[in-house]
Design a protein around this ligand. Sequence first.
Ligand SMILES: OC[C@H]1O[C@H](O)[C@H](O)[C@@H]1O
Length: 325
Amino acid sequence: MRTIGLGNALVDVVLRVKDESVLSDIGIAKGAMELIDKDQMIRLRSASTDLSRSVSPGGSVCNTIRAMANLGANVGYIGKIGSDELAQSYESALQQAGVEPNFVKTEGISGSCTVFVTPDGERTMATFLGPAATLNPAELKSEIIRTYDCIYIEGYLIVNEPLFREALSLAKEAGLKVALDLSSFNVVESNLAMLQEVIPAYVDILFCNEQESFSFTGLSPREAASRLAQMVDIAVVTLGKEGALVATGNEVIPIDAVKARAVDTTGAGDHFAAGFLFGLSKSATLDRAARIGALLASHVVEVSGACIPDHQWEQIKLKVAHILN
Ligand SMILES: OC[C@H]1O[C@H](O)[C@H](O)[C@@H]1O
């Protein structure tokens, strides 16, 4: 199964902060993602009293696609970047991982996400979309999309409604499976009606975490998983340390988390999705695919930022092969 990702191409600047007061100072709810403009981004970064900061390629779907490529999957990515150094390093990080990049390029600085990591490891994000926000439906190339079997889209794109709708209908017309991640509880709350319309109509595989599933259904995780499985073929509700629920038809399969010493939850859901989609691409059962997801999530939460270090992949691949066999 060849999978193409579509998302906001963003460079992450991960700031470890000493307590949650930073979040109330900047007015972002813990665990949420809020959009900010360039001036706000500059102000935030210079005002932040962070304990440490690191820069790495991010963007939710891009994290998933890069991790799938590191496992050896056949994957591509569509996103829009600027003309700065960040854009160059972003593109080469993808190429190095083996992703087929399909970037639309424009003038100016690339989008970036300021990720605040509090001492409990939770991440809260302030995103300057930059060029990513201007990716438009005409820039989606159907001749590229139709060479894939599955498209993976992030819920963050809902704010760009024409693009979001065009991607869904292009993919469906071309016979691709559509996988969607709900991205953030506040994105779900602000776009509930649209999601209620498009999910049953277009989506085959839905990923969300506990908060997002609650914002969408108002139900407990297990009830939500069952409800979502009435709308899509496969619904995955991730539960952090409690593991995940995978639902299909009338069946809900609980999946244990893989124990980890979590320092930063950035990219945990993205890596769960990577492992799960990789498993499906190898015709694994839902249980095994989700166990690969849990494995990848356990690795990424042990590092700062959303990138598992290169040297860990050989060992991860052995563990994945063990799960698949
Ligand atoms: O899911 C985590 C990702 O969301 C945002 O898109 C950040 O870029 C981060 O890497």
